[in-house]
Design a protein around this ligand. Structure first.
Ligand code: ZN
Length: 368
């Protein structure tokens, strides 16, 4: 994820070809330097000292090693393993599309069931079915409810959607509107983060239990104006409201699009409207930890799975979402729902930042 390039040049020639080799070598070095500075600026790991070292470095290998060292040093300072979370993000993306009812979704469910059971969680598949927006057929759906310490009746919830939009229909190139959409940030980022966080859950002391809930059918949407979003969270919320579940949730945090390499997390407006105390609690944790990618300012009003939790289930729920993907100041158009929502535009560093805040928040909330 460091934008690694293969360096080296075929030496051995003389005269003109030597000159050619050395000029292509220097253009490789220039490109490597530019990529390294871009990567380290995007992930906010650049320092004046590091910039000087990269500018002085005269080989691709040296530049790459400086970049990797900076990223590894950052990741090593964090107990939450951003690299492992990123690997899971990549693994899930390698399954291809995970649209509700698809083969990719079934494979993802098998992978996650196995992964969470190995982390000593109890996993319930909350099955339901939805109408396919195009042909009207029944689509099998499943929310995954992943629990630790199920006997603790007071609980908090972390959640994410784990389905992907059927197509990248927001791609700037209309020819790509039926291409593969892998949803690295929009789908896989929440999954990768929760899997990694899951490693800490068994040992969380205190009297509050933790559930992770993965929602299906967040966007079985072929046409935004016509097709319903949030099928999974609405089903889950109705079950909670009907008293079908034993657990009482005190709070819920939704994670959506949390791996953008250029991470910027503003306080989302609906979250502030419904559960401002919880927003301030989480952003307060980030501030104390010095994680500056959580901005204490409101921006974006997002309709997402947290609405059903607030409105139907009456659980105070917030959405941690980076809706600027990438930063607007980068001059590029959004990657959201495009073929650019790929692992290369995400980062282990961003997952480490959000994961660290979530782990600390859980420890405070759960009581150890
Ligand atoms: Zn989406």
């Amino acid at each position: 994820m460091t934008g690694a390039m293969i360096g080296g040049c075929g030496g051995g020639a003389v005269g003109e070809s030597d000159a050619l080799a050395s000029s292509s070598d220097s253009s490789r070095t220039i490109a490597a330097r530019r990529d390294a500075l871009k990567e380290l600026t995007a992930t906010a790991l650049i320092t004046a000292d590091l910039r000087l070292k990269i500018e002085a470095a005269d080989s691709v290998a040296q530049i790459q090693s400086l970049t990797t060292q900076a990223i590894d040093a950052f990741l090593a300072e964090h107990e939450f393993d951003g690299k492992a979370a990123f690997k899971m993000l990549e693994k899930v993306c390698a399954l291809g599309s995970r649209t509700s009812g698809s083969d990719g979704m079934r494979k993802q469910q098998e992978l996650l069931l196995d992964t969470f059971e190995k982390l000593d969680a109890e996993v319930e598949m909350q099955l339901f079915s939805a109408r396919h927006p195009i042909d009207g057929s029944a689509v099998p759906m499943a929310n995954m409810i992943i629990q630790w310490h199920p006997n603790r009746t007071k609980r908090v919830m972390l959640c994410a959607h784990y389905d992907t939009r059927p197509f990248p229909d927001n791609d700037p190139d209309p020819d790509k509107h039926k291409a593969l959409f892998v949803g690295a940030n929009d789908g896989a980022s929440g999954v990768g983060l929760l899997v990694e966080l899951g490693r800490f859950m068994k040992d969380l002391q205190g009297d509050v239990g933790v559930d992770f809930v993965l929602f299906d059918g967040e966007e079985l949407v072929f046409e935004s104006q016509r097709d319903p979003f949030f099928l999974g969270s609405e089903h889950f919320a109705r079950e909670v409201a009907a008293g079908a579940l034993e657990q009482q949730y005190e709070a819920a945090v939704l994670l959506d699009m949390v791996a953008d390499k250029e991470l910027q997390l503003y306080q989302e407006i609906n979250s502030c409207r419904y559960a401002n105390d919880l927003v301030q609690e989480v952003w307060g944790v980030a501030r104390r930890l010095g994680i500056r990618q959580f901005f204490s300012r409101r921006r974006h009003e997002v309709r997402d799975d947290h609405l059903a939790l607030n409105e139907i289930a009456r659980i105070p729920a917030i959405d941690i979402i980076d809706f600027d993907y990438p930063r607007p100041s980068s001059g590029r158009t959004t990657y959201w729902h495009t073929t650019n929502d790929v692992p290369q535009n995400c980062s282990a560093v961003s997952l480490a930042r959000v994961g660290t805040v979530m782990l600390e928040w859980l420890r405070q909330r759960v009581g150890n």
